[in-house]
Ligand binder design. Structure first.
Ligand code: PLP
Length: 354
């Protein structure tokens, strides 16, 4: 049945399954009884591993999804009279159904991004107004997505510029790292180096898009945030119980560099996809391919046939652009089949052309 209903596509890394090693680890720990709610031995090992990778004082907290990781991060860092600066196209602003406003009770300030979907000091500067004015929501945080929603990666220098800017205005720093290893692998840096360039107060550290299942973490370094988050998470119904099954997924992913292998593979496949698409004059790749996303413009009449070959979503209906995402299980055959369909469409278009 699965062969009939399921087929690899380029819709999202959320469409892919669980990485076989991760799935195996779930069975492995499916024995006997152990403590729950994050005090099981595996969750404790995971915290040791996180401290190793991200530096002393790191503590990770499981939540069920990336929306909760982002929204509850902001709820922990800010008061309700604060606002957070976010990219106009960020998940926080566009895809969280107003959760940051409804659940965190804070105001988001969507800031225009540059041609690569990145926030810049220039664009942020104009929002640095009315500090101390009791009539105005006080800017308290800068949140960036790394890699960005367009699949591009902030360079070390760009992160440092944003860090320095935030420091000048005493802003807290949050990072949406739903696909973070794709960024660190692209930059060839480790997580400690990442923190040096962008010393976030809270990190949404995603697992689900990288081969895990329903496993997301929020990382904090300051005691006050670690303490408050426990209560905030429970009140907002994001405290999981059988945490050994979440911990084992993250441990398996982080041990033996599986997270790096997955990021490298999905990036390699995205680059191959881009290079194959570059052969077609009718297809335009829109942004630098720095993680696991390739954005393209293509002839609108091709849409149904292309989607049938390998499913994807239209990103911008005005531009008629699509986001093609690769995953830990994307194969060369997926790319070849997709390009074969493009070739056929391209030939038939040339045949009917006057
Ligand atoms: C950049 C980014 N952040 C966060 C999320 C988390 O979303 P969810 O709440 O669906 O797990 C997503 C999911 O698509 C995303 O792309």
């Amino acid at each position: 049945m699965s062969a009939l209903l399921f087929k690899n596509g380029f819709a999202s890394d959320n469409h892919s399954g669980i990485h076989p090693q991760i799935l195996k680890s779930l069975t492995h720990v499916n024995i006997s009884h152990t403590a729950s709610y994050g005090v099981d031995p595996l969750s404790e090992s995971l915290n040791a591993q996180l401290a190793d990778l991200f530096g002393d004082d790191t503590e990770g907290f499981f939540v069920f999804n990336g929306t909760a990781a982002n929204t509850l991060s902001l709820k922990t860092l800010l008061n309700t009279w604060n606002s957070a600066l976010v990219a106009d196209m960020s998940h926080l602003n566009v895809d969280e159904c107003g959760a940051p406003e409804a659940i965190a009770g804070i105001k988001l300030i969507p800031v225009k991004t540059n041609s690569e979907g990145k926030l810049t000091v220039e664009a942020l500067k104009k929002h640095m107004i009315r500090f101390g004015d009791q009539h105005f929501s006080q800017v308290g945080c800068l949140s960036i997505t790394q890699p960005t929603e367009l699949g591009t990666v902030y360079s070390i220098h760009e992160m440092q510029e944003l860090r320095d800017f935030a420091k000048k205005y005493h802003l807290k720093l949050h990072m949406d790292g739903a696909r973070l290893p794709n960024a660190t692998e692209f930059l060839q840096i480790n997580f400690k180096e990442l923190r040096k360039s962008f010393p976030m107060d809270a990190l949404s550290f995603g697992g689900t898009k990288n081969g895990l299942m329903g496993a997301e973490l929020v990382l904090f370094w300051e005691d006050i945030y670690k303490r408050n988050f426990r209560y905030i998470r429970k009140q907002t119904m994001q405290l999981p119980s059988k945490t050994r099954f979440l911990a084992t997924q993250f441990l398996t992913w982080l041990e033996n560099d599986l997270y790096k292998d997955i990021a490298q593979h999905s990036h390699k496949m995205a680059v191959q996809l881009k290079q194959s698409l570059d052969n077609f004059s009718e297809v335009k790749v829109l942004y630098p391919v720095q993680s696991n996303a390739v954005f393209i413009c293509f002839p609108k009449p091709w849409t149904n046939a292309l989607k049938k070959s390998r499913f994807f979503y239209i990103w911008d209906p005005d531009l008629w652009s699509a986001r093609l995402m690769t995953s830990f299980d994307t194969t060369q055959k997926d790319i070849e089949d997709f390009c074969k369909t493009i070739k056929t469409l391209s030939h038939s278009q040339k045949e009917v052309a006057p």
